[in-house]
Write a protein that binds this ligand. Sequence first.
Ligand SMILES: [Zn+2]
Length: 588
Amino acid sequence: MTPPDVRWDLGELAACGGHSTLEPDAAALRLRALAFARAHQGTINDLDFGELRGLLDERDAQADELGRLESLARLKFAADANAPGAAEQQELAARLGAFVASATAFLDRELCRLPREKAQAVLDAPVLAAHRHALAKLLAQAPYRPGQEREAALAALEITDRQRLITRWASLTAGLRIGTRALPLSRTISRLASKNRLWRARAAADLARALAPHREELASIQAGLLDLEQKAARARNLPHRLALADIAEESPGKTRVSVLAAMRRVSPLVARYFRLKKKLLGLTQLETHDINAPVPNLPRFTFEKASSLVLQSFAGVSPAFGEAARAILSNARVDAFPRPGKQTGAFCLTPPGCRLPFLFLNFSGTWRDAAILAHECGHGIHQALSSGLNASARQAAPALAEAVAFFAELAFFQLLLRRTRSPATRLALLCARIEDELTSAPRQAAIFTYEENIRGLFAAKGELAARDLDATWMTAHSDVYGKSVRLTDDYRSLWAVAPHSVVIPGYVRHYPTALCLARGMWRSRTAAPGRFAATLEAVCACGSCQPLTELAMLMGLDIASPALYQSAMEDLAELIREAEDEAHRSQG
Ligand SMILES: [Zn+2]
């Protein structure tokens, strides 16, 4: 029997003040942004705090209007990229975003030029409290803002050159037709997780062969992006390439050092786990195409079953989490299954004005699909709880947003494990969870190290060839896997399908931090479930109205302390020990 289709109803957008078409409202927003600039450009230093509050609120209102239009375009395109006008609307929304950003840029520019005492008074003004944290981040970026013309030139480079390179990269990889069956990249990647070893090995070899003719072009695109990044960093006088992103994303360099150090110490654990996996798969040597091989006896899920388990696990975390999950999963806000024309991947999006998010999934019944449902619901609840805030305070810092989603995955896993009696299934669940943690933490740290090292190489040589990227990619991964997994030759060019490094360089640094935070949150919850539930709800409802360090501290976690990362890795060691014991039991 085919399950009932689960698709969202975009008519729901109208219920939260959204739009059904883009064009007339886009034109109105352009005019509104222009009028705003005409009326207020050059006046910021002369405003009193109440007037400044009015301007910041108006800019947030414009950001919300833009967000509603972008949401409409994004949701339509994701659900059916070939629908008439879907691609054009995406482009229109992107151009609109660039227009509004450039028309209203004067506000940030002039705020950054305020005399020191006035800037401090702005931060202290009670009437500006709702904008305080966003203003603090903006003012911290002031030393790196070049003059107006330079800023405009950099923005133009960003919109034209960088976007052109990224689009070329995306079309090269999306256009790959792999193997004798000419499969697209997404299908080939899922074959790398197939039960059949021969299929996995063939998928890996086919992918490498399909990438071969494009490798040098992909390497030159990567070099082109690094060149633009270097120019921007020089123009802004950045001490290092992530200086601006670190401020905006609240990811202090000190934290990064602690996280990466903890991840570097993890390779003996990785080796221990892969020894177990090798035994479970009955192999004498693991190769890179075995990393994602499913362990035997992993359960499968219908969407209804997975949803019901997610609901129960969230209700166990806190009443508000349970209620929000129920509302999300029963409100025509989910597009659940893959189908032709639908984009790959998963995301959660809460259009401004809506109290509930839209969930986009490609659920096919695997363990990973069920965990992704929990993850996206975690994002959804976080967004739902902070939906009442103004635009500049709504979006949580990436490390915290991902931590809440990882925490949701962990709650789902713990519920399932508690309810599973069969030793073989328990073992499979433990292994799947360990692999998720290894992928989220040490592997993402390795990809971050790869990014850093290719930057260093480009800075030294002024160019990059595919073989430079190969070597850097392999070194970063052999640091994680050591001798436990043989890195096959066809693994070399997989840097070419690591989109984060190209589209949002540096972003992967948040994942290890987030996983360790989620682990810490689970510890705090275990120690005092009731108190933790109330704190978690308050933290989620705050969005980014307070600094990440303070929000983490409310949950009893010090993100600057190496101990947080150390204990997360101890939890992982404990999980591996449990899996080893369970393996022992099932064999005994
Ligand atoms: Zn996420």
